[in-house]
Design a protein around this ligand. Sequence first.
Ligand SMILES: Nc1ccn([C@@H]2O[C@H](COP(=O)(O)OP(=O)(O)OP(=O)(O)O)[C@@H](O)[C@H]2O)c(=O)n1
Ligand SMILES: [Mg+2]
Length: 422
Amino acid sequence: MSGFVPSTLASENWPFSLEWLPQPAYMVGGAVRDAMLGRSREYLDLDFVIPSDAVKVARTIAHRYQAGFVLLDPVRRIARVVFPQATADFAQQEGDSLETDLHRRDFTVNAIAYNPHTQEIIDPLNGYADLQAGVLRMIAKANLKDDPLRLLRAYRQAAQLGFTIEPTTQAAIRDLASHLCQVAAERVRVEIGYLLASPQGHTWMAIAENDGLLKQFFPNTTPESFRKLAVVDEVADLLAKQWPQLGVELQGYVRETVKTTWLSIAKLACLVHPDPSVAEIELQKLTYSRAEIRAVTTAVKLFPQLKTANTLREQYFVFQEAGMVFAAIAVLALVQDILVEAMSGDNRLSAYSPLITRYLNPDDLVAHPTQLVSGKNLMIALDLPPSPLVGELLTEIAIARIEGKVTTTEAAIAFARQLLEG
Ligand SMILES: Nc1ccn([C@@H]2O[C@H](COP(=O)(O)OP(=O)(O)OP(=O)(O)O)[C@@H](O)[C@H]2O)c(=O)n1
Ligand SMILES: [Mg+2]
């Protein structure tokens, strides 16, 4: 027994009442660790270990609180109860004592238990000492091998907690690195997602790469990829300072259902192959969604064009193709200029300023064109059958409009007729 008992662990902060837990029951994992660190969690995610009937306990609580119930693992008997503001996982104790269960976990700091009935901390692996030292220490090398996702979790948690990885543990990870490919790609993707979202993530991504964990997922990275990754956050801050709206967009999600930010898309774009079709395959293997893959491949393809899009016509096509990916593309273009071409940040910021201003102005017709004439009306006016030609004419009208050549519907139709006849 060691360590103090932080008040944030108390059951008053839970989404359900303590009386629904059998005796004994233990809280474990991230919630205990973070409470002892005095670290607040955005979203409460509680883990409980229960010696028997864990799934039944979960089901009862879900029923009593009309919360969601998910049987996560019928074999190991783990169930999740989803409350509006929190989730709680209930796992059957592994082995015949709590100590055995704790010994099967990944790192000492994640193997501290709290008994809410007695308000005792149970810390047989001295996790509290490692917490104070800010160190991730494996419980046993065999545990890392049992679930190789733990290899990557070390880097993710080091990034999130501002910890270091204890040297023997890091050596064991290096040694086991090739085992990571046994893990379901989806789980790997989640860890990479956390790393990309964390401000110190790039440092730990580079270390993970050095230790042989990332080559199998991003086989085409070079040292330059990681140097670029390291400045993405800085460049995004630079952009956000000048254009707050762009900063807000970068923190937004690609889709509500896909909780990847546009900023993470820019980071992924630093890691994939520069050829979009190869990048697509890399991301598919990691089970990224179609929306995420499209965003990354669009970013990879378009960021070099930002510098060369001088004419209104070129700009029009860049904006058309970029759509919502524009903010990530602007970050990447700047990263490339500053880091690879060694240009000055302020210079580049003003170089891209006209394009960014257009993008942020909803009335700008280059970035956000509106139609002078619809496809249907154009077909009627020119007696055209439906065909790709109609789309091409509409594009030419849009460009003629931003170049100031046409301003009315009639002029637009006349312009299209001229193109047809010419
Ligand atoms: N591959 C894994 C995943 C989890 N755990 C154990 O299960 C606990 C809860 O797991 P999880 O919620 O995934 O991670 P946390 O450590 O709680 O981190 P966070 O919730 O902050 O991401 C961990 O602390 C650890 O004890 C483990 O040993 N090996
Ligand atoms: Mg957790």
